[in-house]
Design a protein around this ligand. Sequence first.
Ligand code: GLN
Length: 480
Amino acid sequence: KQITRHASTTVSRTAIHDLNANVNALVFTSPETTLSKSQDGPLGNIRVAVKDNICTSDMPTTCSSEMLRNFHSPFDATVVKLLKSAGADIVGKANCDEFGMGSLNVYSAHGPVVNPHNISERRSAGGSSGGSAAAVAAGICDIALGTDTGGSIRLPASYCGVAGLKPSYGLISRWGVVSFADSLDCVGIMGCKVNGIKTTFGALSQYDPKDPSAATPDTREKARQACSLAMKSYFKSDSLNGLRIGIPQEYFPSELQPNITSSLRRILDALQSRGAQIISVSLPSTPYALSAYYVIASAEASSNMARYDGVEYGSRVNPPPGADNTKTANVYAYTRSNGFGKEVQRRILLGTYALTADAFDNYFLQAQRVRRLVRADFDQVFAVQNPLSNVKTTPNPQGVHVLLHPSAIRTAPSLEEKEAGTSSLDDYVQDVLTVPASLAGLPALSVPAGLAEDGWPVGVSAVSQWGYDDLVLEVGKAIE
Ligand code: GLN
């Protein structure tokens, strides 16, 4: 097996319950009897946790929301079907921020996830896939699926000291994954080692006709060929001769904790000594990416959240006696005010506003323009062409093959500060380094890069051109 296991194959569900007790990473544990029959597939006997916004027919899917507290999906998401047919043992559903909205896994109807790196310090596991990252870090599972809309895999991976891949948009099926912001949502994979992520990615990255945003078989093939050609030239035995690594200047904002850069520097020295070239590059639209992301993500979220009205979807909350029950709007209002947490409500308001006639041009369209500029920035610095682009451009010999930057601006923040409401932390700023790759749909992998001076994990992210997921994974292996 290529996948590193934490413990022997006999980790029982009781042991999982014990490991989970203080971490709160899993919100449901599957019974032992659900163990897949075909244990000889590529993921045979591998324990996998699945984020609770991915539909499973044999366990609830709550999205960590009161709204879906009692929801049981009648079907498995395509990724869950693929996991099962690859022989994986799906151990349970992982805690997350409500509907994937958040960066610290504190907006959850199941309570926050405690970072297992040092339980006694009670720090955040990151979000929104905090349960997935913490489950891997705590040894509850070997691999976990999460979703990443603006950084929700890479940020918790960085805080918990595990590896996390957000693949190119459209390579892994979103069918059966509860939508937050459709144009950004990606299912991704977390594990202790990049090899395990690679094997799982191989099993899940398949064309799914049920997902309208899936990359077509033709596009996949084109990207696969271009990527493997590039990789043949830069990954020769132990040498990285000819690999050009870009360091984007704009990824060192004032909010970055100073101890984060020393980890990156160490890694760059090691890669350079193996023959890689380090080049400073500029992605000038980066400072606008975060605002554009929050406008687009909230606009799409407000539209997606509209279906939870207590009539079509979601747990209905009837108005109290005496209220005007004849108005359906009252049922909607009671259902939505009780079922959604405050962060989800905030996004609905923000997104609805951005889509109103008054704000549309200045917010929504402007954010879409910024998104195009962010994409163009990336296309300009990469040596290889974007396989999704129809315009034939000449390859850029000065370009780079991969970008490296810190995954997060800091190590895991304390939960106490957050729970007491005294934190001066601006949650949204946590995503400043991860949203550009999301807006551009690019593959991005966060790998552990050692510990900062406070003794907590730091992550480094590798980002490459669309469809070059294998290259990002290979760079990740060279780093770990
Ligand atoms: N923290 C970001 C948000 O709240 C990203 C979330 C995600 O990637 N699911 O929107």
